[in-house]
Design a protein around this ligand. Structure first.
Ligand code: SF4
Length: 187
């Protein structure tokens, strides 16, 4: 925990911060996150698909297989499985950023979405829903982390609710750090 900062660290899908990392080379700039949330939180942009080596632009991927543990493959030919790479990256981020106090995920993404992501069979038919594979791995690694999709931040009440969870998480983490450091210096 970075106790030198009075602003909690919040992970954000990089496309929501205006980075042109989507499969089509575009972004999904979110005004409230960039212009309002950034005043009270430190924002950490992360794009799992480009981080694991996919290009911009790229062919879109989707979830396929068993809805309880799907893979992620190219929509066009069902090849190029990156499911394990996305899950591994989620675990890596959880380990590399113990300071994270919240996360805003891009909705409807097979990597970043946290609910209702369609899972397909080999014929391309939707047979169920799941979570994006990066988001799932990160949330499993840090189950108590406050998370939300940008669609869950559309009005003032929802924003205040998310922010209060983030700041409560931050205060708890700081208290834990303080206790640990105090015990360390006691004779
Ligand atoms: S992988 Fe996530 S951060 Fe990257 S473009 Fe897709 S939704 Fe945005």
């Amino acid at each position: 925990m970075d106790t030198t900062s009075d602003r909690p660290l919040v992970g954000v899908s990089a496309c929501l911060l205006g980075q042109p990392v989507r499969y089509d080379g575009r972004h999904k700039y979110n005004t409230w996150i960039v212009e309002e949330l950034a005043l009270s939180c430190r924002l950490l942009p992360l794009c799992p698909e480009t981080a694991i080596g996919l290009s911009v632009p790229r062919e879109p991927i989707h979830l396929i297989g068993n809805p309880s543990h799907p893979d992620a493959v190219r929509v066009s030919d069902g090849q190029g499985n990156v499911g394990q790479a996305l899950a591994d990256y989620g675990k890596t981020i959880a380990a590399e950023y113990p300071d994270l106090c919240g996360y805003i995920f891009k909705a409807r993404s097979p990597s970043c979405g946290i609910s209702g992501i369609p899972v397909h069979n080999a014929q391309g038919e939707a047979i169920g829903v799941g979570m994006g594979l990066y988001a799932r791995a990160l949330c499993q690694a840090v189950p108590e982390l406050p998370v939300v999709e940008e669609g869950g931040l559309t009005d003032a009440d929802k924003r205040v609710h998310f922010l209060s969870r983030v700041h409560a998480y931050y205060r708890r983490a700081k208290r834990r750090d303080l206790t640990r450091n105090t015990l360390r210096v006691l004779p």
